[in-house]
Design a protein around this ligand. Structure first.
Ligand SMILES: CC(C)(CO)[C@@H](O)C(=O)[O-]
Length: 350
């Protein structure tokens, strides 16, 4: 989570890109690389002892971390703050509004973002590397309500300009339906392919030659398409219609499975290690929306519950181990996901 205020002494220069002074470019053969050096500001450090106002706040990463991240800085956010949610999955904004800002006078304005740059955290050098250069798209949710609140609109336009000023992010502001068209493929892939890999305990390569796995994916996809087709905020959008109708999605899913055939599933790794997943913002989002729209989503419901059951079993299994050496859960998360009392952590094998 990155937050800053206009008056802070982060940089002497007021130019927006100077705020990202930890980003630098290097050349490796013909490939352009952007590197993000380790920031000394961690999410905890941003909250502790600092009550100054945050003008612009970027929340990125897993969807399930957004509520907690915003709770931790809620006292520094008000109607003049613009928050950009660049998290995985869908329905994160709805959750943030309901759980963090419901009934408060101080709700900030929101920008939604999604990027196709592929970044990876390098533990060795504690830095983020860009594996693939892509683009960033930004949009205003509830654009139908624009104009009702000029001040709020101004603060988020300012934020969009700040982000656009960072050339390496390659950002642009797009209408909501075009933004969703940009984000939907990755959300659909994570809702249709990943859970089936996990439940069948097969890597991507095993999916295409397994008829039962293919049928399961088709059923998940059919329900998701039916929900998306009825979402009121994208009613009449040609961009979404062209993507979800016809063969485009199937072709996309097939090409991603082939491209990643040797890879194991990210969701499988999270579950195996008892780490939280974003299933509530993937299949969970389509289940909630389906329910609101009166559309049945039984396959998504079953898959979501099976993933949750598998996750609970993994945590039980991990908790049954006597932790002689921490290997499966990062040590800074062990208090959160292990239920062993602290004084039993030093037990020896008997
Ligand atoms: C679903 C959504 C993208 C807008 O319809 C947004 O409300 C969200 O992510 O919660």
């Amino acid at each position: 989570m990155l937050g800053w205020n206009r008056g802070s002494s982060v940089s002497a220069s007021p130019s927006p890109s100077s705020r990202y002074r930890n980003i630098y470019k290097s050349r490796n053969g013909n490939q352009r690389k952007m590197k993000l050096e380790h920031m000394s500001v961690t999410p905890k450090a941003i909250t502790r002892g600092d009550n100054s106002h945050i003008d612009q706040l970027l929340v990125a990463g897993p969807g399930h971390e957004a509520v907690e991240a915003l709770q931790s800085v809620k006292h520094r956010v008000d109607r003049d703050t613009a928050v950009c949610l660049m998290t995985n999955g869908l329905g994160v904004l709805e959750e943030v509004r309901a759980r963090v800002f419901q009934g408060t006078e101080s709700s900030p304005s929101f920008v939604l973002g999604h990027m196709s740059h592929r970044l990876a955290f390098d533990r060795r050098t504690a830095s983020v590397r860009e594996l693939r250069y892509g683009m960033t798209q930004l949009t205003f949710p509830d654009s139908g309500r624009l104009g009702q609140d000029v001040e709020k609109t101004e603060s988020r336009i300012d934020f969009v300009r700040t982000i656009e000023g960072v050339k390496d992010l390659n950002s642009s502001l797009t209408p909501f339906d075009k933004w969703l068209r940009f984000k939907l493929p990755s959300v659909i892939l994570d809702s249709v392919v990943e859970p089936v890999c996990v439940l069948m305990e097969i890597p991507y390569a095993g999916l295409q030659r397994n008829p039962a796995a293919r049928r399961m994916m088709q059923r998940l996809l059919a329900e998701i398409v039916s929900v998306v087709d009825n979402m009121p905020e994208i009613e009449g959008s040609a961009a979404i219609r062209d993507f979800i109708r016809g063969n485009r999605i199937q072709q996309y899913i097939y090409s991603r499975i082939m491209a990643r055939r040797a890879a194991s599933s990210d969701l499988a790794r999270q579950i195996q290690n008892g780490l939280p997943t974003d299933i509530d913002y993937l299949n969970g989002f389509f289940i909630r929306r389906g329910h609101q729209l009166g559309i049945q989503t039984p396959t998504n419901l079953m898959i979501r519950d099976m993933i949750k059951a598998k996750h609970s079993l993994a945590i039980e299994r991990l908790n049954s181990y006597i932790p002689v050496e921490e290997t499966s859960v990062p040590s800074h998360l062990s208090f959160r996901y292990r239920t062993l009392p602290p004084n039993s952590r030093g037990n020896r094998l008997v």
